[in-house]
Design a binder for this molecule. Structure first.
Ligand SMILES: [Zn+2]
Ligand SMILES: [Zn+2]
Length: 222
C-alpha cells in the first residue's frame, strides 16, 4: 500500500458535478479537454483522493484514440476503438464530465446497439515507443487485415475465412442478400457437384456476419 500523505484521504466514490452519477475506482470516465473543439479524453479511474480542503483529485490511466497513437489510425481500427496506455496522470475531479463503458473486443462485437458511451479496447499501448500488446492479431480476407468491427464481413462456406464484400467485388447490399458464399479460391477449386445454384433458397437463412475472433494467419502490427 502506498502511504497516504497527511491531510489527504482516499475516497470510495465521487459524484460528477451537476449529476447524480457516481464514479468509483475502476470506472471509465470522459474528461473535458482543455481545447473544447476536441472530443473528451477517456480514462480509467485508478484512485480518488480528497485533500484537507475537500478538493478531489483523480488518478487516471489514459486511453488513447487511434489518431493519438504514434502509428495513427489504421484501416482496421474501429470508430470506437481505444488503446489502454501506460500513461498515468493526476487531474482535478472537476474535469470529469461523464461516464463511459470500455468493452472487451469480444463483448463489443456482441452488442446489439452501440451507444455513444460504448467503446472497446483490444490493445494495450506503450506511449513512449508506440508499441502494442498483443503485437500480433488474427487477420482475415484476401487483404489480410485484422478485423474492424465496423465493417461487414461474410464467411466462406469452404475455407471458413471471413471476407470484405469489396475485396470480393461485391457491394455491401449484394453481400447482405447472399444466401451462401464461397470465396474466389474456394469457388475455383469447386466442381459441378457443389454448384452454388443448386442450394435451396430459403429466406430464413441469414448471412453470417463476423461475430467472434478466432485465429487464422497472424500479422505483425508494427
Ligand atoms: Zn478484405
Ligand atoms: Zn474460401
Amino acid at each position: 500500500m502506498a502511504k497516504t500523505k497527511p491531510g489527504k484521504k482516499d475516497l470510495d466514490s465521487y459524484t460528477i458535478k451537476g449529476t447524480n452519477k457516481l464514479v468509483k475506482p475502476g470506472d471509465c470516465v470522459l474528461m473535458r479537454p482543455s481545447d473544447s473543439d476536441k472530443p473528451p479524453y477517456v480514462a480509467r479511474v485508478e484512485k480518488l483522493e480528497a485533500d484537507h480542503r475537500n478538493n478531489v483529485k483523480v488518478r487516471v490511466r489514459w486511453y488513447y484514440r487511434p489518431e493519438e497513437s504514434i502509428g495513427g489510425r489504421r484501416q482496421f481500427h474501429g470508430a470506437k476503438e481505444l488503446f489502454l496506455s501506460d500513461h498515468f496522470d493526476v487531474q482535478s475531479a472537476h474535469t470529469i464530465e461523464g461516464k463511459c463503458i470500455v468493452h472487451s473486443f469480444k463483448n463489443y462485437t456482441k452488442l446489439e446497439n452501440v451507444g455513444a458511451e460504448d467503446y472497446f479496447c483490444r490493445f494495450e499501448y506503450k506511449a513512449s515507443t508506440g508499441g502494442f500488446t498483443p503485437d500480433r492479431v488474427a487477420v482475415y480476407c484476401k487483404c489480410e487485415m485484422p478485423y474492424n468491427p465496423d465493417d461487414l464481413m461474410v464467411q466462406c462456406e469452404g475455407c471458413k475465412d471471413w471476407f470484405h464484400p469489396s475485396c470480393m467485388g461485391m457491394t455491401i447490399e449484394e453481400a447482405k442478400k447472399l444466401e451462401h458464399f464461397l470465396c474466389s479460391d474456394c469457388s475455383s477449386d469447386d466442381d459441378a457437384k457443389r454448384s452454388l445454384n443448386s442450394f435451396p433458397v430459403s429466406p430464413s437463412v441469414e448471412i453470417k456476419v463476423r461475430r467472434t475472433q478466432s485465429g487464422f494467419a497472424h500479422v505483425l502490427l508494427l
